[in-house]
Design a protein around this ligand. Structure first.
Ligand code: PEP
Ligand code: MN
Length: 284
């Protein structure tokens, strides 16, 4: 792995555990599941998602407010207004928030209301952004570039760590290949390799890998069987109305079923899932 020093596993180094809150940690015995829409669209949307997913249970919410879109004419995200929605949902449901940072100028405002800063696939080798996020005092979710080698991915994490941030979680989200049937190819080999090479937690995003909702539950179970420390999955109260990535969005009920179906796979390999912790927030 080139000259990687900080991310590589050594006999003296224990596996890194990244804490999202007092209750949620990625990289320990328990599998962490992050769920939510591709894009934050409204407070009602995010509240509906949080209400359902807290009982799945899902441990953290996702939702982009700055969106990397292929077309400059596509919706670019709600920006600051979206961040206010995330802050509100975070407070009301006491669930950690994961959201994407696209630019250095956004780090401060996002770090003020999110628990984990996502570096998207398109920015995995934005070295100035990696250096800046390395100086942020927040856990980072680093997604694999859409055509990046495992070595490039590992070195991107090395950038963040070498600038002072040890709380990095790697995310395999599929790599581009020749077959348009799936959006990308989920590289479960990379998950196994990254767990061997690095001491960092590794999670899988089957949504952006598959691009089709009917493939996601099976890929999720496969990822856990391969040793992934968690999953990040897109879902929406009305998937077909999702402003972005509608085709891969699960319904909230599908999400609940998926989370339950992961449990026996986790247990089969000696791991656990989180149990529901806060019944006082039950919907009346
Ligand atoms: C996302 O998580 O919504 C996203 C844009 O993912 P990626 O960077 O993996 O394409
Ligand atoms: Mn998306």
């Amino acid at each position: 792995m080139k000259d990687a020093k900080l991310v590589v596993k050594s006999e003296s180094h224990r596996n890194t555990i990244v804490h999202l809150s007092d209750h949620v940690a990625i990289g320990g015995q328990k599998i962490v599941i992050i769920g939510g829409p591709c894009t934050v669209e409204s407070l009602t949307q995010m509240e509906t998602v949080a209400q359902h997913l807290q009982f799945a249970p899902v441990q953290a919410l996702r939702g982009g407010v700055y969106k990397p879109r292929t077309s400059p004419y596509a919706f670019q995200g709600m920006g600051l207004e979206g961040l206010e929605i995330l802050a509100e949902v975070r407070k009301r449901y006491e669930m950690p928030i994961v959201t994407e940072v696209m630019a250095i100028s956004q780090i401060e405002e996002i770090a003020a209301c999110a628990d984990m800063l996502q570096i998207g696939s398109r920015n995995m080798q934005n070295f100035d952004l990696l250096k800046a996020i390395g100086q942020a005092n927040k856990p980072v979710l680093l997604k694999r570039g859409l055509a990046s080698t495992i070595e490039e991915f590992v070195m991107a994490a090395e950038y963040i760590m070498s600038y002072g941030n040890p709380n990095v979680v790697l995310c395999e989200r599929g790599i581009r290949s020749f077959d348009p049937y799936t959006r990308n190819v989920l590289d479960l080999g990379a998950v196994v390799a990254l767990k061997q090479i690095t001491h960092l937690p590794v999670i899988v995003d089957p949504s952006h890998a598959a691009g089709k909702r009917e493939l996601i539950a099976d890929l999720s179970r496969g990822a856990i069987a391969c040793g992934a420390d968690g999953l990040i999955i897109e879902c929406h109260p009305e998937p077909d109305k999702s402003v972005s990535d509608a085709r891969q969005a699960l319904t909230l009920d599908d999400m609940v079923n998926l989370v339950r179906s992961v449990k026996p796979v986790a247990e089969a390999i000696g791991r656990q899932v989180y149990e529901i912790q806060r019944p006082q927030l039950a919907i009346a």
